[in-house]
Design a protein around this ligand. Structure first.
Ligand code: ADP
Ligand code: MG
Length: 500
């Protein structure tokens, strides 16, 4: 070999070595990144663990808090508000009734023509109206005028198949899904606005009186005969469809539950027994908290930085408003500590609430072989580009941990209610097994299939085979509007007239 050839060979070998070193370094760095990322996920999984024993502790805590909240005002994180609904729909309701739904994603007006046991809901129509943002932070008069005007317009458009008997006032069920201190079935004072509404002059006022004044200003002769929230409305609508409904749960943007309590079990009620011996209790369960809840650093930071720190802890772990945000926080930590998505943290990943739960759900349900939905959501929503299949799988794992913890905790809450009602076991002497139906509503439960399947299986596991055979979760899709109009009917001013 000549000198030149030797030189060339040496250069080549050196170059090859250098490349090899770079590759190894890159691999080592990448291995280090992966190890750190995997450690974060492993820790998340451990901290979010909800084995059945833990879920039983959560359910027991829920039952205990239910008792405490019923026993005295302020006795628990659970408000256990008396709804004054002691007269759930029976199916006999007849006539034309209205409902107005404020406090969900949209504001809705609805009319139904009820035809008693045979006719049922003969006809119904609704309209959805979005509320201009400036009215959400303006004066109460403006907001209620807007609502009343929408209602007046809706009434004006009524067809012939809706019929109001001569000389009768129209009657309305008002679904007002904000914290209210109820003073009767058709009155209540607002405790505070939530969900982006901020109208100070209404706090402490009777919301029914406010609405009534606005209806008068519109020249609309209509009376509010029932004031409820979406959970109570769902319970009423559910009961109308199925007499075995004992509770209602909302799993949407937020979460809440209501159930039917034996009226003599309510010390707060001071012996003032309602007609039917039953009373619907609005648990406001989103505010539940317990040392048994598997809280992580992500939950703590989310709560701390929220508009209502220390409040709605259970809601912050299980409802649609927050699940995507928890996932974002985990991904952000991985980006920062493991540099898994490049040396710089993608800017969008730093933006709170940028990852919405429907996007998380879309990723979680991705069944394509290359997880292309995950890839495109990461890119479009979070600005994380060029993700490998391995990374996409890791993201799904995180979604799975967060969604299943939420579903398991929701199931534990439902189990707690069933326990309070004595429906968690089958009485040994019972001949026919009484069903217990949970009316469920909310976009999270409706659309996030992995989540809702998990709620169902976990509840079954907790109940055991025998008891679970008589427990049913029934999706009551938007039952709260119909429910409110049914409650307007079952609390109608003309009821006694009809009975006599
Ligand atoms: P609201 O709770 O405001 O009355 P919904 O019951 O319709 O309204 O619930 C809407 C919520 O449901 C959204 O805020 C979101 O968190 C959740 N959601 C809607 N669609 C999906 C989806 N495809 N996957 C997961 N969650 C969803
Ligand atoms: Mg709703």
């Amino acid at each position: 070999m000549g000198k030149a050839a030797v030189g060339a060979a040496v250069v080549c070998a050196a170059a090859a070595c250098a490349v090899a070193v770079l590759v190894v370094r890159h691999r080592m760095r990448s291995t280090g990144r992966w190890a750190r990322a995997a450690a974060v996920v492993k820790e998340l999984e451990e901290k979010c663990g909800t084995p059945i024993g833990k879920l039983r502790q959560v359910a027991d805590a829920m039952t205990v808090e239910m008792h405490a909240g019923l026993a005295s005002e302020g006795g628990s994180k659970l408000k256990m508000l008396i709804s004054y609904v002691d007269n759930l729909p029976t199916g006999d309701e007849r006539g034309l009734f209205y409902a107005l739904d404020l406090g969900g994603t949209n504001f809705r007006v609805l009319r139904v023509q009820l035809g008693g046991k045979e006719g049922r809901v003969a006809k119904q129509e609704y309209e959805e109206v979005s509320i201009p943002p400036h009215l959400m932070v303006g004066s109460s008069e403006e907001l209620f005028d807007f609502i009343a005007a929408a209602l007046a317009k809706f009434v004006a458009s009524e067809g012939e198949d809706f019929h109001l008997p001569d000389g009768r006032q129209r009657e309305l069920g008002f679904t007002f899904s904000f914290p209210v201190k109820q003073t009767s079935i058709a009155s209540g004072t607002l405790i505070k606005w939530t969900k982006g509404f901020c109208i100070n002059d209404t706090v402490g006022e009777d919301v029914v009186a406010e609405l009534t004044k606005a209806l008068e200003r519109q020249g609309l002769d209509m009376r509010v005969t029932a004031l409820v929230n979406d959970t109570i409305g769902t319970l009423a609508g559910g009961r109308y469809d199925d007499k075995d409904v004992v509770a209602a749960v909302i799993l949407g943007t937020g979460t809440n539950a209501a159930y039917v309590e034996r009226a003599n079990a309510i010390p707060k009620w001071h012996g003032l027994l309602p007609k039917s011996g039953e009373m619907v209790i609005n648990m406001e369960w989103g505010n539940f908290r317990s040392s048994h809840l598997p809280m992580t650093e992500y939950d703590q930071a989310l709560d701390f930085e929220s508009l209502n720190p220390g409040e709605q802890i259970y809601e912050k772990m299980i409802s649609g408003m927050y699940l995507g945000e928890i996932v974002r926080r985990v991904l952000l930590r991985i980006a920062k500590e493991a540099s898994l998505f490049g040396d710089d943290v993608p800017q969008k990943l730093e933006v709170p609430f940028i990852l919405r739960t429907p996007d998380m759900s879309a990723m979680h349900h991705d069944t394509s072989s290359d997880l292309k939905v995950v890839g495109s959501k990461l890119k479009e929503v979070l600005g994380i580009t060029n993700t490998s299949l391995k990374m996409r799988k890791l993201v799904i794992e995180i979604c799975d941990i967060v969604a299943k913890r939420a579903a398991n905790l929701a199931a534990a809450g439902i189990y707690g209610i069933l326990k309070k009602l004595g429906r968690d076991t089958v009485a040994s002497d019972s001949v026919d097994k009484q069903r217990a139906v949970i009316a469920m509503d909310g976009g999270l439960y409706e659309h996030y299939t992995i989540f809702s399947k998990c709620v169902e299986t976990t509840l079954k596991d907790m109940l055991g085979e025998e008891a679970s055979a008589s427990v049913v979760i029934k999706l009551a899709n938007d039952g709260s509007g119909i429910g409110a109009s049914l409650l307007a009917a079952s609390h109608s001013q003309y009821l006694e007239l009809e009975e006599s």
